[in-house]
Design a protein around this ligand. Structure first.
Ligand code: F6R
Length: 324
């Protein structure tokens, strides 16, 4: 399976392959909404696509449940992703999508999902196996980008796609993460982003949880200004480290609120890291920040002497639920 570091470094290569895989699939042009169904590392590509499609006219729902929302129907594209192909919730969502007569596209490395798609003749993208699902993101995200751009569901130029892959390759991110991770040590990270970048915050959380093996939580602006900030006076806050992931394109109101919350947290002696996204396109910013978060989680695991790859608790829960 290799190391997590190999897996982080492999993401740009996956992205190139993923683009080619995705470009082989064309979606009908009369789709009215898109639902992404998948859990954990197979769910995050949907969250990121939702961020990228925020400006598009096609509504996007990310579904992390056994059932799809009731509006799913003939004009819905349901993208069902499961790396193993055996995730219970995702298989149920796939069956629901078929029953609801959605147009379905599945992405997997095999398992039951591949079997079902073959017998139902559902369009299927098979990605290489042998990885941990969260580190197959290069395949998932870029297969979706290849498919959606050529199907007219999303407008991103080839040049931007190439620059995004180059951002994934940027070895500077590893060096930056090696400096930054010290600030995370011994604390519970609170990852704060705008609502538009919630998917990025979630990817950081997942990397810190699954690879770093620490609790981590996300919050979004401006919602957190209406509730979460009231907790800032609590002595419990000493255990947290706030991470603000900022974009110069954040709404001016979001920017002002981030500055206000940062000042309040600092007054309460909560440590704060600020990350400013870099790049000419949201996709480039996302790719670069995803790698940074993955590297930080890796350095935390290395520092704690923990194996970032194995996820025994996730496995244990799956086994317990499988038992009748
Ligand atoms: C484990 C991981 C998990 C899985 C999730 C769903 O490495 O990343 O978040 O992605 O348990 O499993 P799959 O991806 O096989 O559908």
């Amino acid at each position: 399976m290799g190391s997590i570091l190999d897996a982080i470094r492999a993401i740009p290569r996956q992205a190139r392959e993923g683009l080619q895989l995705g470009r082989r699939v064309r979606i009908r042009s009369d789709i009215q909404h898109v639902i992404f169904a998948g859990m954990g590392g197979s769910g995050i590509p949907g969250d990121l696509m939702q961020a990228l499609m925020r400006e598009s006219r096609t509504p996007v729902t990310v579904n992390k449940d056994y059932k799809l929302p009731a509006f799913a129907g003939q004009n819905t594209l349901a993208v069902v992703i499961s790396y193993s192909g055996d995730t219970e919730e995702t298989l149920a969502a796939y069956r629901d999508a078929i029953t609801s007569r959605c147009t379905v596209l599945a992405i997997t490395s095999g398992g039951k999902l591949a079997e079902l798609c073959q017998s139902d003749k559902t369009p299927l993208i098979i990605v290489p196996g042998g990885l941990v699902p969260r580190q197959a993101l290069g395949y998932f995200l870029f297969a979706l980008l290849g498919c959606f751009t050529q199907s007219g569901l999303l407008a991103i130029t080839d040049d931007t796609l190439e620059q995004a892959i180059m951002a994934l390759e940027n070895t500077e991110l590893g060096r930056k993460a090696e400096e930054l991770f010290q600030q995370f040590k011994g604390k519970v990270p609170l990852i704060y982003t705008s609502q538009a970048l919630a998917g990025l915050g979630l990817r950081w959380k997942q990397a810190l949880n699954e690879n770093g093996k620490i609790p981590a939580y996300t919050g979004t602006f401006t919602e957190l200004c209406h509730n979460e900030v009231e907790g800032s006076a609590s002595p419990l806050m000493k255990g947290f480290h706030a991470v603000f992931i900022r974009d110069e394109r954040d709404h001016p109101g979001v920017q002002k609120r981030m500055a206000a919350v940062k000042a309040i947290l600092k007054e309460k002696s909560v440590t704060v890291t600020e990350i400013m996204l870099r790049g000419d396109h949201l996709l480039i910013k996302l790719c670069s920040a995803i790698q940074l978060g993955d590297y930080i989680a890796y350095f935390l695991a290395r520092d704690a002497g923990i194996d970032p790859l194995d996820t025994p608790v996730i496995r244990q829960i799956k086994e317990r639920v499988r038992k009748p």
